[in-house]
Design a protein around this ligand. Structure first.
Ligand SMILES: [Zn+2]
Ligand SMILES: [Zn+2]
Ligand SMILES: [Zn+2]
Ligand SMILES: [Zn+2]
Length: 315
């Protein structure tokens, strides 16, 4: 049985839908105000919020796919549809940030007068909007996606506040390069967040060990369980951003299935509580195992010595 919490999905998608509508309105405001005030910082913010809009849309799609049951043709369900879409979005973000850098360099070469007052008003509206979305996200069920969305909104609130300060600085000093400098900052922020998304999504798509999980630690926890002689051919990967899977071989004594059932139950319980791994495929062995494929993880000398010590202690 697989344990998923789908109960909070309805509320989450409601918050995401409201955020989508508000963000779309704000993008329109940014484009109009950016063009009229000649502020590249506002246009950069429009690019940034457009990417946020796509990201929110993807989260909504991911929530939808997550609630779709597995089928005979997609036996794991559709968890990775959202992961793949997030990777594509991150790639688009890199493109947007380079467009902003290019625009900022041109602005420094050919400065244009900006309407700093309008900049400040529009940014103030942005601070209120980002703050409100952050507050709504804070109050929903928080999985990995929602938590990163919340962090992102908090970062956005701060960066939009920086635009207000920048507008004030332009008013006070008349230095036009401040607008281009703000654009560089916004571009760098977009680039940084897109690299984070890429690292995380690529790790899932390349079947990497889930972030923050140590394979040696997983092996050690299984080894600790009474009745387990050895664990090998151990694989841990993520199906989606919330679902971890594991497969392994476990050597046990020559005991009947009615007795080995207890070992299996304990292994599954430990994997669930210690590592949130709910999808397990465990193969019990007694005779010597011939691993047909070459995927046995090289264990460092000290660790294999420990394993040997464990084995001898049990016998
Ligand atoms: Zn953002
Ligand atoms: Zn294998
Ligand atoms: Zn399963
Ligand atoms: Zn084996």
């Amino acid at each position: 049985m697989h344990v998923h919490s789908h109960g909070a999905n309805e509320r989450t998608s409601q918050v995401l839908r409201v955020s989508l509508i508000v963000t779309a309105g704000y993008i329109g405001l940014l484009v109009v105000a950016g063009l009229r005030s000649h502020s590249l910082a506002l246009l950069s913010e429009a690019g940034h919020n457009l990417s946020d809009f796509v990201a929110l849309l993807l989260s909504l799609v991911a929530v939808y796919f997550h609630s779709r049951p597995p089928s005979a043709t997609h036996t794991y369900g559709y968890h990775r549809a959202g992961v793949l879409a997030a990777l594509l979005n991150a790639a688009a973000l890199v493109g947007i940030s380079f467009l902003i850098f290019y625009g900022a360099v041109r602005r420094i070469q050919h400065p244009q007068p900006v309407h700093a007052g309008m900049m400040m008003w529009v940014a103030a509206a942005g601070v209120i909007m980002n703050g409100a979305i952050a507050f709504m996200l804070y109050r929903t069920h928080r999985d990995v996606n929602i938590r990163s969305a919340l962090l992102h909104e908090i970062g956005d609130t701060i960066s939009t506040a920086a635009v207000i300060i920048g507008g004030w600085a332009i008013l006070a000093t008349g230095q036009l390069w401040i607008d281009a400098a703000l654009s560089f900052g916004i571009g760098a922020l977009i680039l940084w967040s897109s690299f984070g998304i890429m690292r995380e999504t690529l790790n899932i798509l390349l079947e990497g060990t889930p972030r923050g999980m140590k394979l040696a630690r997983v092996a050690a926890v299984i080894q600790e369980i009474d009745g387990v002689n050895d664990v090998h051919d151990l694989h841990v990967w993520s199906i989606g951003s919330e679902t971890n899977a594991l497969s392994c071989h476990i050597s046990i004594a020559d005991i009947p299935p009615s007795a080995s059932e207890r070992i299996l139950r304990e292994v599954k319980a430990r994997l669930h509580t210690d590592f949130q791994i709910d999808h397990t495929t465990i193969q019990f062995e007694h005779a010597v195992c011939e691993v047909a494929h070459c995927c046995v993880i090289p264990v460092s000398d000290s660790e294999s010595n420990n394993a040997v010590a464990n084995l001898t202690r049990r016998k």
